[in-house]
Design a protein around this ligand. Structure first.
Ligand code: FAD
Length: 301
């Protein structure tokens, strides 16, 4: 399928989801809502809103998720972490989501506020994501997504231990896993095979990070253990003063990865949008994901 003419064999049967972060100010809020409204017609399975490091965005995450749930046709998912909070506090946040009509939680351990420090669960807190999943399961029948790491989490002792951890999260009641970003389709396929061999049969959705700012992606990748291939560095070389060209290259790289995943049987993709719609929108378009309900102009007349 990889040798077929580009995009000739897309059937529009791909499920997509989009991730946003809570805006810090009015200008960012405008940008977020612009992105939400642009992507909404594509009919994503869900959109999710991240939870700031150290739980610093609790109110902003809640406000953003609740507003998306209330004011759009989208199904909104809230990221929630175990950092700097007791079980009771976290359960209260989850109760608040349930009361606001939010039915989907992306359950995460999170990272300590000090960069590079090792996670230790606070007194009376959830010790890891698996414990959080079990806690949420006791509260309400939430839909729950968890994180997976095709290149292993930096804290994991081995690939096998990392897969065991993923299995514990799914056995605790999570419905699906969404992966950390990666840049080679083979990385995902190897992980998918290893997960299947470890008895994991839940859906594993690749997380796609369109690279707009290569330097910042390099920094992020170093922190989360994602390999940045040398060919990618070469592709972004000399483009610092050419933002439009850089955007085209970014779209090409992410679209090619997405197309290879699709050709390899992937049926769902999760896009890290960084609150910008265009790259994700363009890639969805290439893969045949189009507006679900075109606005009926005559009906309005
Ligand atoms: P866990 O699955 O609990 O564990 C992480 C690693 O620790 C495991 O791989 C395992 O190796 C080890 N470990 C855990 N428990 C045990 C145990 N009992 N014994 C041995 N080893 C163990 N962070 C945020 O702060 N906010 C967000 O909104 C956010 N969203 C994310 C969305 C996605 C899709 C992804 C992939 C990551 C996201 N993160 C977010 C980052 C995440 O919080 C970090 O990667 C964090 O370091 C690990 O979280 P986890 O849920 O994978 O942890």
């Amino acid at each position: 399928a990889l040798d077929a003419p580009l995009y000739a064999d897309v059937r529009g049967d791909l499920a997509v989801s989009f991730e946003f972060f809570p805006p810090k100010n009015e200008k960012m809020e405008e940008q977020l809502w612009d992105a939400v409204r642009t992507l909404e017609p594509l009919g994503p399975e869900f959109v999710s809103v991240t939870y700031g490091a150290g739980g610093t965005t609790r109110e902003r995450t809640h406000g953003t998720v609740a507003r998306i749930q209330r004011e759009t046709s989208l199904s909104a998912a809230a990221h929630l972490t175990c950092v700097e909070a007791t079980r009771e506090e976290i359960d209260q946040v989850a109760e608040g989501y349930w009361a606001a009509g939010v039915r989907h939680i992306v359950a995460l351990r999170g990272d300590p506020p000090e960069q590079g420090a090792r996670f230790s669960s606070p007194a009376g807190g959830y010790e890891n994501a698996a414990a959080l999943v079990a806690g949420l399961r006791r509260l309400h029948p939430f839909e729950i997504s968890v994180a997976a790491y095709p290149e292993s989490h930096p804290d994991s002792a081995s690939t096998a231990a990392d897969l065991d951890n993923l299995k514990r999260k799914l056995d605790a009641g999570a419905n699906r896993a969404i992966t950390q970003f990666f840049f080679e389709a083979e990385t995902f396929f190897r992980f998918r095979d290893a997960a299947a061999a470890a008895g994991i049969d839940a859906e594993i959705v690749p997380g796609i990070m369109p690279v707009c700012n290569f330097a910042s992606v390099q920094r992020m990748s170093a922190m989360c253990g994602t390999a940045v291939p040398a060919w990618m560095g070469r592709l972004f070389e000399g483009l610092d003063a050419h933002p439009a060209a850089r955007q085209l290259v970014a779209a090409t790289v992410a679209a090619e990865l997405s197309r290879r995943l699709y050709a390899g049987g992937v049926k769902a993709l999760h896009f890290y949008t960084l609150n910008r719609a265009e790259l994700a929108f363009a890639i969805c378009h290439l893969l045949g994901v189009r507006a679900k309900a075109p606005v009926a102009v005559e009906a309005a007349a």
